[in-house]
Design a protein around this ligand. Structure first.
Ligand code: HMG
Length: 385
């Protein structure tokens, strides 16, 4: 059988962040609640000229540099921070990156889970058409109301992945464990800019769904938990992944080994929740921080509120180290500037497009692509290389 999976992957995150000790000071709470209690140090904040399209274009531009794009005939964008109820954000990205016009471009939605559905669809597609490649991008800005317990779990990032036959980074293994349950833990009705969230319920459902998806995977004949060299989880905050890791280890009747978890958390701890991109950011973290994964199998637990969970495994290729973007990722994080509280709250209040006919957006991003203006409800983007 032909192998398919992730050929290469990289991320983009905005160049501004808020240190969680700044939020702790504002609210007069112990900073350890964030650093230890939820396992987060900071989160990236998108400026007004950045959105899911510009972050996606920035991530994909790095990925596609020096790539032959003529065989990419499908562009899938996974997001829950959609900019339009009808038109797919993927079409803006296709245009910004000058991708071929004989391409299908679509957007997928199911909270933080949909990039995993995109991966499955893309792998099945490239198995059927091995000469084709799929560009899969997960891009999200996690935003909660100010002065709520969820505020500390915001963030912003995009992960771009090239999906192909005979991939150079990770092969998708057979079997997937699945779990879906209709539950109101986190949702965002059309009339709201921020989600409604039952925080405590969401953490319980996350663990229940993770365990059920993993059990389904094992019942179908999947690889034992103890045989996996690394475990990656959807990380709304890194403590959530730690709890899932401990829960799955208990279900597998083994002691949780933190050394097979911790490397997947470093980027997420600094960037915050990136919804659809979060699990794949944790995969990049594990691949960048570990040099000993060649040939190893690793566990992937995808969760999206509402809820859907999927547990699957990847086999890392022999030469994955050659296809990493470690230096680029470090540069993106090192160039970030901390925001003051007032600058952060200013960025948090995104322009209210519906009340004005023409909004000109001041340049702030350090990325290559920016949102320039919105006129007659049309978004205009620019490449500023
Ligand atoms: P909260 O009420 O601020 O937190 O909300 P808490 O009081 O429960 O404290 C959090 C932890 O900090 C606790 O640890 C405390 O003990 C500890 P735990 O008992 O859980 O192990 N703590 C301290 N530790 C050290 N020193 C201290 C200290 N004080 C307290 N001084 C909550 C936390 C996560 C609920 C909130 O941030 C929230 O609502 N976040 C948004 C929802 C969320 O992220 N849910 C996660 C699961 S759902 C999911 O992952 C899907 C999602 O990504 C969306 C999607 O799918 O689209 C969100």
């Amino acid at each position: 059988m032909i192998s398919t999976g992730i050929d290469k992957l990289t991320f983009y995150t905005p160049a501004h962040f808020i240190d969680l000790s700044t939020l702790a000071k504002r609210d007069n709470i112990d900073p350890a609640k964030y650093q230890t209690g939820i396992g987060q140090d900071a989160f990236s904040v998108a400026s007004h000229d950045e959105d899911i399209v510009t972050m996606a274009a920035n991530a994909a531009a790095t990925l596609l540099k020096d790539e032959d794009t003529s065989n990419i005939d499908t562009l899938i964008m996974a997001t829950e921070s959609s900019i339009d109820q009808s038109k797919a954000a993927a079409i803006y990205v296709q245009q910004l990156l000058n991708l071929p016009k004989n391409i299908r471009a679509i957007e997928l939605k199911q909270a933080c889970y949909s990039a995993t559905a995109g991966l499955q669809f893309a792998c099945a597609y490239t198995a059927a058409y091995p000469e084709k490649k799929v560009l899969l991008i997960a891009s999200d800005i996690a935003r909660y109301d100010l002065h709520t317990p969820a505020e500390a779990t915001q963030g912003a990032a995009a992960v771009a992945m090239l999906i192909s036959a005979n991939p150079r980074t990770a092969i998708l293994n057979p079997f997937s464990g699945l779990y879906t349950e209709d539950v109101m833990d986190f949702w965002r009705p059309n009339h709201r800019n921020t989600p409604l969230v039952d925080g405590k319920l969401s953490t319980q459902i996350y663990l229940k769904a993770a365990e059920n998806a993993w059990k389904d995977y094992i019942n179908k004949g999947g690889i034992a938990f103890s045989e996996l060299a690394q475990h990656c989880y959807h990380l709304p905050f890194t403590k959530m992944g730690l709890k899932a890791h401990q829960k799955l280890a208990r279900s597998a009747n083994i002691e949780a080994d933190l050394s097979t978890f911790i490397n997947s958390t470093y980027y997420n701890r600094l960037i915050g929740n990136s919804y659809t991109a979060s699990l794949y950011l944790s995969l990049i973290s594990a691949l960048d921080y570990r040099d000993d994964l060649a040939g190893c199998h690793i566990g992937m637990m995808s969760y999206g509120s509402g809820c859907v969970a999927e547990y699957y495994t990847l086999q890392i290729t022999e030469n994955y180290q050659q296809y990493r973007y470690q230096k680029h990722h470090q540069t993106l994080l090192q160039r970030r500037e901390p925001l003051t509280l007032s600058a952060y709250e200013n960025y948090w209040h995104r322009p209210e497009y519906q009340v004005s006919e023409h909004i000109l957006i001041t340049p702030h991003t350090k990325g290559e692509y920016r949102l320039v203006e919105i006129q007659r409800h049309e978004r205009q983007y620019q490449c500023c290389k």
